[in-house]
Design a protein around this ligand. Structure first.
Ligand code: UD1
Ligand code: CA
Length: 456
């Protein structure tokens, strides 16, 4: 669609959010509101995008990156004023201008495609996307003439009691012929209750010139939902969550209780995985098949293979290969890598560590900045002492090593292949392959101790 440019309106403050963040940078379903709109455009095949930014412009640009054109609207004087700012940023090949609001994350790509298609087919100067809604409060109402053509759009604040009864609303989404749009924008005036330049006022101007203005009553009620308040943000979150859960179930995943399962829009899960209640899968997480996740598990931006069991645990920015068993109550911090068949048990924290195939860290351990080989057993209560108060140091534990319970491994340190450390040892020197390191005082026995204390 090289002849279509999308203009995304994202300059407004969102006064009713009561927030330091610009409205479009609030998150729902794990993404910025405006990112949903951008992804929908991309799914609809619209790759040319201009964003109108103003309030919190730097935050928006930093958050979304350099992949888009940005135009500043210094003062937010209305939607018509916002669109007028992009005239110079639109290039001559871009004949059709698709306008969308950055605060409407539920809009579907198929609806945008229908809008563009109808607009082209009918060679209209403008096509407005409308929806019929049960509660039209807050929206612009669509007034039609006796031939059912658009007469004009009236904003809630300017509407008479009778006009407020109308249930057909403007979704704030339009397709325009570029030249017609920019010439009509020069004629709009802020003669309304809000003293703003309304984009909707270009429609009667175009009709006055004898140009064709069309309506596509083609959006579902929920697609029209814009976020103007925290209540609407929660409503949108709920709907996005349902959509994601539906998609994931259709793809062959069991969700035991959709009411208590929270999965972000970009997460993917392969078939026959089972998700137990109170599980959160966030960000760009990818999960393989035949896993069992939860209950009470949070996995963020991580990649898991197949056949993995995770219960009551947290996994952040990590990668886990097939058949690992994690938890209950494990905490895997960023940059953890577990090879196949690793067991990480209860009350174990891992940070920035690689653990080789079939190694076990079954209970009560801290392993940080470590490289652990294949088939290693790390006994209960082991601690890698990786921090000297100034710097972090590495611990290397080679294949087949056996770390006795309650060992402290003071890094930097290397435990050789098939080496052993005695339980309760504080190991400060490298241990050679096959060797045993014990560091603890000899046990003393004092006979008849109780009798001597006069207790017996
Ligand atoms: C607008 C429409 C209304 C429609 C509704 C759908 C107008 C006059 N009204 O009303 O008919 O039913 O959307 O949600 O167009 N923005 C800017 N710069 C500005 C003003 C707004 O970029 O100067 C952006 C906002 O950030 C937002 C979008 O435009 O993303 C819509 O603005 P908003 O103030 O929410 O318009 P509504 O009053 O909802
Ligand atoms: Ca709005």
């Amino acid at each position: 669609m090289q002849d279509v440019v999308a203009v995304v309106l994202a300059a407004g403050k969102g006064t009713r959010m009561i927030s330091d963040l610009p409205k479009v940078m609030h998150r729902a379903g794990g993404k910025y509101l405006v990112q949903h709109v951008l992804d929908t455009l991309s799914a609809a095949g619209v790759s040319r995008v201009v964003l109108v930014v103003g309030h919190g412009a730097n935050l928006v640009q930093e958050g979304l990156g350099d992949g888009y054109r940005y135009v500043r609207q210094a003062e937010q004087l209305g939607t018509g004023h916002a669109v007028a700012q992009v005239e110079k940023a639109v290039d001559p090949a871009e004949r059709n201008v698709l306008v969308v609001c950055g605060d409407m994350p539920l809009l579907k790509s198929s609806t945008l495609q229908k809008l563009i298609e109808q607009h082209r087919q009918r060679e209209a100067a403008a096509t407005v996307l409308t929806a019929r809604v049960r509660n039209p409060v807050g929206y612009g109402r669509v007034l039609r003439d006796p031939h059912n053509h658009l007469q004009r759009i009236v904003e809630e604040k300017d509407a008479t009691a009778g006009e407020k009864e109308i249930e057909e609303v403007n979704t704030g989404t339009y397709c325009f012929d570029r030249d017609s749009l920019f010439s009509a924008l020069k004629k709009i005036e802020p003669h309304n209750v809000q003293q703003e330049y309304y984009l909707t006022d270009v429609l009667p101007i175009l009709q006055g010139k004898g140009l064709r203005v069309e309506i596509l009553e083609g959006a579902e009620e929920e697609e029209a939902l814009g976020v103007n308040s925290r209540q609407q943000l929660a409503e949108v979150e709920q709907i996005l969550r349902q959509r994601t859960l539906q998609r994931i179930m259709v793809e062959g995943v069991t969700i035991v209780d959709p009411g208590t399962t929270f999965i972000d829009a970009e997460v993917s899960i392969a078939p026959d995985t089972i998700i137990y209640p109170f599980t959160f899968l966030e960000g760009k997480t990818r999960i393989g098949g035949k896993c069992e996740l939860g209950p009470m598990t949070r996995i963020v931006n991580s990649v898991l293979g197949n056949g993995i069991r995770v219960q009551n645990s947290i996994i952040l920015d990590s990668q886990i290969e097939d058949d690992c068993n994690i938890g209950p109550f494990a905490y895997l911090r960023p940059e953890t890598y577990l090879a196949r068949g690793v067991k990480v048990g209860d009350f174990v924290e891992l940070k920035k560590s690689r653990v080789g195939e079939n190694s076990k860290i079954p209970h009560l351990s801290y392993v940080g900045d470590a490289i652990v080989g294949v088939g290693v057993n790390i006994g209960c209560g082991t601690i890698t002492c990786n921090y000297d108060g100034v710097n972090k140091h590495p611990t290397i534990i080679e294949d087949g090593a056996f770390i006795g319970s309650n060992s402290n491994l003071v890094a930097p340190i290397k435990i050789g292949a098939y080496a052993t450390t005695g339980a309760g040892s504080t190991i400060t020197k490298d241990v050679p392959d096959q060797g045993l390191a014990v560091e603890r005082s000899k046990q003393k026995i004092i006979s008849n101790w109780s009798q001597r204390r006069g207790k017996e």
